[in-house]
Design a protein around this ligand. Sequence first.
Ligand SMILES: Nc1ncnc2[nH]cnc12
Length: 211
Amino acid sequence: MSDSFQPVVTSQTHKVDVAGYPVELPLVAIRPDLAISLMMVIDLGVRFGAHCGEKLKEKLAPLQPDIVVGAATLGIPVAIEVTRALGLDRYVILQKSPKVHLGDALEQKITSITSKGEQRLLLDDRAVPLLKGRRVVVVDDVVASGSSLKGSVDLVRKAGGEVVGIGVILTEARDWLETLGADAGLVKGLAHIPQFSNENRRWAARPETML
Ligand SMILES: Nc1ncnc2[nH]cnc12
């Protein structure tokens, strides 16, 4: 994101059917020529969270995962809901900043279209035994650039886990297909959102960002 441009919440919205649950997302301009339909999963209520957990479970359970991994911040509610729906207990959260309780951590650099600058993901080395030799599904709220999910997948593999699937509520545009490469085939999403460009003062879906 450029430092000089402040994101602007527009008056337009984008409707999307998330596996049978309709939501209307605000369009937010993140650059003068680019808007995204922003899904803040933590603002959509517990019914939506539970619905997504259940629908992702239907897609991920056949992969017979042992454990779920999610990246801070908005991957956390998704990891909890998917873990609960799968009937599992433990899950592993990858943090973005060092926490007092973290031991030594494995680290991976990432970038994000909704946050400034470079970030990193940290895996507490005490969580490694939960992943080593295990069948792991990695989850997140939205995959857009793919950077955060790629970082998560790489960290799980560093820890010796086998990534058997990737679950997201929304896929957005197409950049993630290139970032994830062969791992893009592991992605199970509940719905797709395009990105928008400004045409005659209206934001319109860019055809190249449809799936
Ligand atoms: N549309 C979106 N909503 C929420 N988080 C996002 N991260 C990237 N794209 C996003």
